[in-house]
Design a protein around this ligand. Structure first.
Ligand code: PMP
Length: 449
């Protein structure tokens, strides 16, 4: 049992002997393409803490890549999972239907900021939700083109990978990719593709979409535009307030389905239930996954009835889609988010993160930018504030330094020079501050080298 309230390193080295031994076994058995962030093998996890196999306790700022919003090992969550496991674990929704699938769909309909009547389908991963959103949009519009953003991440399956950026490692040598996919620059203000400055830029990035629909593609060719409201893997890129609404308007004007990928930003992460709510947008389709299952694999595609009902019976779905245990878990996750006001908790954590990171930015010239919404915050490292040359090496060193002191950090960004913070939303102030103390120490140590 984890009795500690904060990080505690007890082994002489990190990783300790048991973790090293497991790494050796892993190397002999597991494909190299499955990457790892640190040599961390979990014994158990509680709240925002992970105890490894050598009894070291870590404060976790990754939350299983934005999954454990309710924190690890929540008792109500565990009980709801056990309750469903005891009844039945799988029948397939296509063979023998069950209430949890319907009930979770009803709950998502109630909270998704989509206009009008809505319908839901479940899948197993974020990528699978994206695949289905694309299939549905293509069939609804009878068009083929899909526009996505540079710096985007939508998953590793073929359609999702095609829409993703960062060629190496995500797409390299995996072609041919999905056809009829196009990219436009994202609203990455810190590295504005137009070398402009908001708000004087007049949202050149949104204007680019409109120009593209005149210059290179006819609206009749484009089925959908897909975007993360805050680009996650791309480096927690927060667009200007009006950008997404402008993109939505262009979609509406041109009969293009507006798909918002909330896989990483959803379920209270940004201080609102969905990041879309910060931008006053109303997508046609939303993709959700990660935090929804609280650790069990489930994803959802939620959209307007008209669009979602476009495919006929059997055209979408899959054996495990909407597993009853995962659906039941999803209902419990939504209940816990509401009861514990995890949206407010995300705002609170985000305030501490932003304040501490802002102070570090004043202190260390290698910090180029601090950005984010709620508890989805990132810091971007540069070699020079003028040239903004990405500083990937230091990012790696800082993450390694922090790990040895019991803090789990994760990188991001197409230049791999961003550290992103995705803490469980139950992280205590003391734990957040411990993480920030270690980060400060790490930057001071690594920047000196
Ligand atoms: N969309 C977004 C925005 C994501 O962040 C991710 C995963 N990081 C995915 C899709 C893919 O999700 P999964 O890994 O569950 O396939």
């Amino acid at each position: 049992m984890i009795t500690e309230n904060n990080a505690k390193i007890v082994s002489n080295t990190v990783p300790g002997p048991k973790a090293k031994e497991l790494l050796e076994r892993r190397t002999q058995a597991v494909a190299r393409g499955i990457s790892y962030n640190a040599v961390l093998f979990v014994q158990e996890a509680k709240g925002a803490l992970i105890k490894d196999v050598d009894d070291n306790v870590f404060v976790d700022f990754a939350a299983g890549i934005g999954v454990q919003n309710i924190g690890y090992s929540n008792e109500d969550y565990i009980n709801s999972v056990i309750e469903q496991v005891k009844k039945f674990t799988h029948t397939s929704i296509n063979i023998a239907m069950y209430e949890p699938y319907v009930a979770l769909a009803e709950l998502l309909i109630g909270i998704a900021p989509i206009n009008g009547e809505k319908r839901v389908m479940f899948a197993n991963s974020g990528a699978e939700a994206v695949e289905n959103a694309i299939k549905i949009a293509r069939q609804y519009t009878k068009k083929q083109g899909i526009v996505s953003l540079e710096c985007a991440f939508h998953g590793r399956t073929y359609a999702a990978m095609t829409l993703t950026s960062k060629v190496k490692p995500y797409k390299f040598e995996f072609g041919p990719l999905l056809s009829e996919c196009y990219k436009i620059p994202s609203a990455y203000c810190y590295r504005c593709p137009y070398k402009s400055k908001y708000p004087g830029c007049g949202l050149a990035c949104a204007e680019r979409f409109e120009t593209m629909l005149k210059g290179e593609l006819a609206p009749e060719m484009i089925a959908a535009f897909i975007a993360e409201p805050i680009q996650g893997e791309g480096g927690f890129i927060v667009p200007p307030k009006e950008y997404l609404a402008a993109m939505e308007a262009i979609c509406k004007k041109n009969g293009i389905v507006f798909i918002v990928d909330e896989v990483q930003s959803g379920f209270a992460r940004t201080g609102k239930l969905f990041a879309s709510e910060h931008f006053d947008i109303h997508p046609d389709i939303m993709t959700m996954a990660k935090a929804l299952g609280g650790g069990l694999p489930i994803s959802a595609v939620v959209g307007s009835k008209e669009i979602m009902d476009s495919p006929g019976p059997g055209q979408i779905g899959g054996t495990f889609c909407g597993n009853p245990v995962a659906c039941n878990a999803g209902m419990q996750v939504l209940k816990l988010i509401e009861e514990n006001r995890l949206d407010l908790k995300a705002q609170h954590i985000g305030e501490i993160l932003k304040r501490r990171l802002g102070q570090m930015q004043d202190q260390f010239p290698c910090i180029g930018d601090v950005r984010g919404l709620g508890a989805m915050v990132a810091v971007e490292f540069v070699k020079d504030r003028e040239t903004k040359e990405p500083y990937a090496d230091i990012t790696k060193k800082i993450i390694a330094y922090a790990f040895e002191r019991g803090v789990i950090l994760m990188n991001a960004g197409i230049f791999s020079n961003v550290i992103r913070f995705l803490p469980p939303l139950v992280m205590t102030d003391e734990q957040v501050n411990y993480g920030m103390d270690v980060l400060q120490e790490a930057i001071a140590a690594c920047c000196k080298e």
